[in-house]
Design a binder for this molecule. Structure first.
Ligand SMILES: [Zn+2]
Ligand SMILES: [Zn+2]
Length: 831
């Protein structure tokens, strides 16, 4: 207790004092053996970029409030924190400032850990780790080897962004307007042999699982569904006329096959070379066209660039109509996506329609709204289903029926088959970079690809590797590369690629549960005791990749029996997406120069005021504008609570808080009700998982208004209701303003923390009100106000309304068409 502080709330001293005490007492440790039910709250693992700003604090505050609420509601709460420490920015810092990536990363972690502690957030720090710890990434390598032995990790050629000057692979974010971020030369696409995880093997399961995730925002679920992109269709082949090649295509609209008027090929399609051998005079045009595409990213080709192409001089044969179809090389079909060939149906596809118009290709209509052929040519693609026309003996069929019939016909001729397709692709995990987990593979001239044996893990990322931005740093480190083959003992070379950092974040939530384990990534009993994560909190930018990869990893763990599949195969039971914190209408970011730092905010206003502002200004899923007036308002709230409660703590210490006080009059009843309305709101937002604690903090404002009003009334001095409110105040404040609550609680004479107290359930007797007033409207206009006991039903409310002369006068002889009743508030009669 800090005795000498009375009138002014000295948040700086008080907040620091309690943070040190909580830390020393291990208040937020989550014991493994505990009879209470478990609850696992997790915020997405932060990347240690350097400095936290109040936007980050918004994320952590919500998780912290939920953690405190659940603990006060009787749960053993797990709330860990760690660092997503590998990644590109550390390497860039190394190049720009000549600091080793590890030094840069560790110093950022130290600073961010200090800032998170400064926020007074209740984490179990005994579980902390950074993904760049060898004790962590060892298990990334172990997971890789388990994937490898399950045929879920494999190597193949895939295109990458390549800087021809720096001789290095560039991440997508290092390509700016098609140029290298360092030397500004034009970036090329190049094929490199790379490692993949075969996530597509889990496509059906990842898709089916989404249906069960009813604790996730619908928006995220549909983004995952679209990303996976399952479709049912037909795969079939066009033969190339006079060339020994076939072009396989996949379509969901085989009913439009009689309307194919061109074939669109990727420039990199293997048939292109064969076609050019037979049509040499097109070679220059095609080569020039292909060269122009080499520097373009996938995004540019499929979304940003105008769709264009060149004719190859060759024709394909439509397997059903036997028509000759011109073959074009286009910019929008990609070789490594689907089959690299697409049938062009301008009559029934918008993109093909534009392409055909631009290049003067025929547009044939083969689907019509009615069975009769239309008399006017199409002015735009007709993309809906309909009836087949101009399609030989399929004419008159519906699109759905024709899809079956066309597929059967193709299958009978051995030319095609029904197929299920997924839009998403295998997960490319290879990075030609330094600051990541080395991939545990060795290449031996005798044995080929050899997995590093488990007992030789971890493959340590060597320190002091020069990072110049040119080439892959590990590929030049002879000491790292040269190794003895584990199979034959001969000289061999290590893989120099490192893993995508999304591997690190795919299983970290299990490692927290057993973070010191040196023998295994985690022990099954510890994982079973805590999983799944009950509430995951983070930004919507991870809607697809991270959340999909983590679900895939978890399913793999279930399949291998490392976690209990009887609890389902989803790691995150509920997901909450935080809205952004804005300043001057824009997202806070260093480059915009609109960042509000944690240190200065805590110094100037205090942690509790900051927390209350971040909670109060908007529902947590909405974006929220930072304003100085807003936080000053919360500073005022904190000091109002202090001035009202602190002088009465000695008197209130003798008043119980677990049962309702004696109510001497309406003023007392209103005050006690305000206490319980706030308790009820906290309970509701927590139990419903709506987490709109902005509503609860608004109730806290009403409570302090009621208490302040009571204190101004001389008749209320030392009233049991007032002292009761003062005694309950720290409990109802604890999740939101934990330091203020703890200081008041201590001054009330308690020797244990308020954060170990039970949250109080709202007492219906305290919530009860003697009378309410509801409004009667006729066609939306107020025509009467009726005072009744609360909770009357619609019929009774209607009877009372009809007893009012003014209401009857406004209805007259008109029949009542509709009644809208909001209990205890409103009855609207529509006539
Ligand atoms: Zn470059
Ligand atoms: Zn060997």
């Amino acid at each position: 207790m800090l005795e000498d502080r009375h009138a002014v709330y000295d948040y700086q001293t008080i907040e620091k004092h309690w943070q040190a005490k909580w830390e020393a007492d291990g208040l937020y440790r989550a014991p493994d053996d505990d009879p209470r039910p478990k609850y696992y709250v997790l915020e997405m693992l932060p990347y240690p970029s350097g400095d936290l700003h109040v936007g980050h604090a918004k994320n952590y505050t919500l998780g912290d409030v939920l953690t405190r609420m659940m603990r006060m509601r009787g749960f053993n709460v797990m709330h860990p924190m760690g660092w997503d420490a590998f990644g590109l920015p550390a390497e860039n810092a190394a190049i720009q400032r000549n600091i080793p990536p590890e030094t840069w990363t560790r110093s950022n972690i130290a600073n961010m850990r200090r800032q998170i502690r400064l926020m007074g957030a209740g984490y179990d720090w005994s579980r902390e780790f950074a993904t760049c710890d060898a004790t962590y990434y060892k298990w990334n390598q172990w997971f890789f080897l388990r994937m490898y032995e399950s045929n879920l990790a494999y190597k193949r050629e895939a295109p990458v962004n390549w800087c021809p000057v720096d001789m290095t692979v560039l991440a997508n974010e290092q390509v700016e307007d098609g140029r290298c971020w360092r030397c500004h030369s034009v970036v090329e696409r190049r094929n490199l042999s790379q490692w993949f995880f075969k996530i597509t093997d889990y496509a059906d399961r990842l898709l089916a699982g989404i249906e069960k995730l009813d604790g996730w925002p619908d928006r995220i679920r549909s983004m995952q569904r679209n990303w996976i992109g399952r479709s049912e269709g037909t795969t079939f082949a066009f033969a190339v006329d006079e060339v020994d090649a076939t072009l396989e295509v996949y379509t969901t609209r085989v009913d439009t096959v009689y309307g194919v008027t061109f074939i669109a090929l990727a420039a990199e399609h293997p048939a292109v070379a064969k076609i050019l051998a037979a049509h040499p005079k097109e070679r220059v045009t095609i080569d020039e066209f292909a060269a122009g595409l080499r520097s373009k990213s996938e995004l540019e080709r499929t979304s940003l660039m105008e769709k264009t192409g060149v004719f190859t001089g060759a024709y394909a044969i439509n397997p059903l109509s036997r028509e000759r179809i011109p073959i074009w090389v286009t910019n929008y079909v990609l070789a490594d996506y689907g089959t690299g060939a697409v049938m062009g149906v301008p009559g029934h596809d918008e993109r093909d329609f534009d392409f055909a118009k631009k290049h003067g290709l025929p547009i044939a209509q083969v689907i019509a709204e009615h069975k009769a052929p239309p008399d006017a040519p199409l002015e735009a693609a007709f993309t809906a289903d309909g009836y087949l026309i101009a399609s030989a003996h399929f004419d008159g069929m519906t699109s759905a029926r024709a899809r079956e019939a066309d597929t059967e016909k193709l299958a009978a001729g051995g030319l095609g088959r029904k197929t299920v397709n997924f839009r998403f692709r295998d997960w490319l995990i290879s990075r030609q970079r330094y600051w990541g987990t080395p991939i545990p593979i060795i290449y031996c001239p005798t044995d080929g690809e050899v997995a590093v044996p488990d007992d030789q893990l971890p493959v340590i990322l060597p320190p002091n590797v020069p990072i110049t931005g040119q080439g892959s740093p590990l590929a030049r480190d002879e000491a790292f590369l040269n190794v003895t083959c584990p199979k034959c003992g001969g000289p061999a070379k290590r893989e120099s690629d490192t893993m995508d950092t999304f591997v690190d974040s795919s299983w970290y939530y299990v490692r927290y549960l057993d973070s010191q384990n040196a023998a295994a990534p985690f022990a099954r009993d510890k994982a079973d005791a805590w999983l799944p994560v009950d509430q995951y909190i983070g930004g919507a930018e991870h809607a697809v990749l991270h959340l999909l990869y983590a679900r895939f990893f978890y399913m793999f763990m279930v399949d291998r029996g490392w976690v209990d599949g009887r609890k389902g195969d989803e790691p995150f039971a509920r997901l909450f997406n935080q809205g952004l914190l804005l300043r001057n209408g824009e997202k806070m970011s260093k480059s915009r120069g609109n960042v509000v730092g944690i240190d200065e905010t805590v110094e100037t206003y205090g942690v509790d005021a900051m927390r209350l502002f971040l909670l109060k200004a908007a529902p947590p899923e909405d974006s929220l504008e930072w304003t100085d007036e807003g936080i000053v308002g919360r500073v005022r709230f904190v000091s109002r609570v202090w001035r009202a409660c602190e002088p009465l703590t000695s008197a209130a210490a003798h008043v119980g808080y677990t049962s309702l006080p004696e109510i001497r009059g309406d003023a007392q009843r209103d005050l006690v009700r305000a206490v319980h309305v706030a308790l009820q709101s906290g309970t509701f937002e927590t139990e419903s998982r709506r987490l709109h604690y902005n509503a609860t903090t608004a109730r806290l404002d009403e409570l302090i208004n009621a208490l302040t009003a009571s204190l101004r009334d001389p008749a209320m001095a030392n009233d049991p209701a007032v002292l009761y409110a003062v005694h309950v105040m720290p409990i109802v404040l604890a999740p939101f303003a934990p330091h203020l609550a703890e200081e008041l609680w201590s001054r009330l004479g308690h020797t244990t923390s308020v954060h170990l107290e039970r949250w109080l359930d709202a007492d219906p007797a305290a919530l009860a009100v003697a009378t309410i007033e509801f409004v009667v409207q006729v066609n939306g206009k107020v025509r009467g106000r009726i005072t009744t006991p609360p909770g009357i039903d619609e019929e009774s409310a209607f009877a009372l309304a009809m007893a009012e002369a003014n209401v009857r006068a406004n209805i007259g002889e008109k029949p009542i068409r509709k009644r809208i009743y909001v209990p205890d508030k409103l009855l609207n009669l529509v006539v």
